[in-house]
Design a protein around this ligand. Structure first.
Ligand SMILES: C[S@@+](CC[C@H](N)C(=O)[O-])C[C@H]1O[C@@H](n2cnc3c(N)ncnc32)[C@H](O)[C@@H]1O
Length: 133
């Protein structure tokens, strides 16, 4: 029999709700924490992904588990006209939205609340899909 593993075993919330709540809680500090915990390597692998995506000359990109939108923001330098950052944490999306507004990229990038396991777009809608949990 399979066992359901949840981040907090004593919580009544389901696994996804717990994950969303956890990222909501740390959203304000996520970018700084990520830089420190990854020893700065996150910026390097994101640049590598950007190069790979740019060669595809996409018109539309979906970034699943976009968090605070770093990849989505980088993708604004590609040919893409429509970039969707999808995440289950409204807190992470809200931090990303502020960064997108500050960089005047709201016409290209939309931050959408949703589950990467149940994408709210039709099949084959996007030219490129990225995901980094
Ligand atoms: C470690 S962060 C990574 C954020 C970003 N991709 C990055 O590399 O900086 C993981 C993100 O995945 C999101 N996430 C976890 N499960 C998800 C799911 N089922 N659908 C969409 N997002 C999810 C979390 O809310 C969180 O923002």
């Amino acid at each position: 029999m399979s066992k359901i593993i949840k981040p907090y075993k004593d919580s009544d919330l389901g696994k996804k709700e717990q994950v969303a709540q956890m990222f909501d809680t740390i959203s304000g500090n996520y970018d700084g924490l990520n830089r420190v915990i990854s020893f700065g390597t996150d910026a390097k692998w994101k640049q590598k992904i950007l190069k790979m995506v740019a060669t595809k000359q996409p018109k539309s990109i979906l970034d699943i588990a976009t968090g605070t939108g770093d990849l989505a923001i980088l993708f604004a330098s590609t040919t893409a006209e429509e970039i969707i950052g999808l995440d289950i944490s409204q807190g992470m999306l809200d931090v990303g939205k502020k960064k997108i507004e500050a960089q005047k990229l709201t016409s290209k990038i939309q931050m959408v609340l949703g589950d990467g396991e149940n994408i709210p777009y039709p099949d084959n809608y996007f030219d490129v899909i990225t995901v980094a949990y």
